[in-house]
Design a protein. Structure first.
Ligand code: ADP
Ligand code: ZN
Length: 214
């Protein structure tokens, strides 16, 4: 099964994807994680994308498209988090792959700002935590792999605002692009502390109802 998960920064894409991966047979693939790990390893890709990640800007389409196409090659079951983020990327994906559904996370700006400022991410595996609503068992340590948790530079208030603007201008039109083309699963959340498992249950039951999960 080929799923996309889409929504503004802080909407829960990474958190939900990781739980969905534990429950159905899909691999969580996150472009943000791919880029952050390249920056950390100081690879050629990492050198090219570092300044975009630091400033919260989008990495150029051509480069992202190439990375994603290579990553998806030979992978049939995935939940893709962080891509496509522009209409150009959506067209490119459409050109080489049929996806089964798009999960759209509908949240307010207040929620995303609150969540990002308290978000902590594992340096090793990318697992996402929240200082209040999704606490790790041991402070500062990843439940999944024992890695160290940190506050991403692009989760600081000044950059958050720019990322939300970029989302509205560049990414939101992707929803329109897919309308009528593929099934939509819409997850609406109006509370920053909405229980994660309940949200994931809602997504999975919609996938079942729409016969996407068979
Ligand atoms: P979030 O969803 O919290 O904004 P991500 O981890 O998905 O964060 O992405 C972090 C950064 O990686 C983005 O701000 C951007 O610089 C880069 N990036 C990730 N995916 C894409 C993409 N599809 N196109 C362009 N840039 C991307
Ligand atoms: Zn970890």
């Amino acid at each position: 099964m080929k799923l996309l998960i889409f929504g503004p920064p802080g909407s829960g894409k990474g958190t939900y994807s990781s739980r969905i991966e534990d429950r159905i047979d899909v691999k969580h693939i996150s472009t943000g994680d791919i880029f952050r790990s390249a920056v950390k390893g100081n690879t050629d890709l990492g050198k090219k994308v570092k300044e975009y990640l630091d400033s919260g800007e989008l990495v150029p389409d051509e480069l992202v498209n190439k990375v994603v196409k290579e990553r998806l090659e030979g992978t049939d079951d995935f939940i893709l988090d962080g891509y496509p983020r522009t209409v150009e990327q959506a067209k490119f994906l459409d050109g080489f792959m049929d996806v089964d559904a798009i999960i759209v996370l509908d949240v307010t700006d207040e929620i995303t700002i609150e969540r990002l400022s308290a978000r902590r991410v594992c340096k090793e595996c990318g697992e996402v935590f929240h200082r209040l609503f999704n606490k790790p068992k041991k402070e500062g340590v990843c439940d999944k792999c024992g890695g160290e948790l940190y506050h991403r530079d692009d989760d600081k208030p000044s950059v958050i605002r720019d990322r939300i603007k970029t989302y509205e201008n560049m990414s939101e039109p992707v929803i329109e692009y897919f309308e009528g083309k593929i099934p939509f699963v819409i997850n609406r959340c109006r509370k920053a502390d909405a229980p994660i498992d309940k949200m994931v249950d809602g997504i999975i039951s919609q996938l079942e109802e729409k016969d996407i999960l068979s």
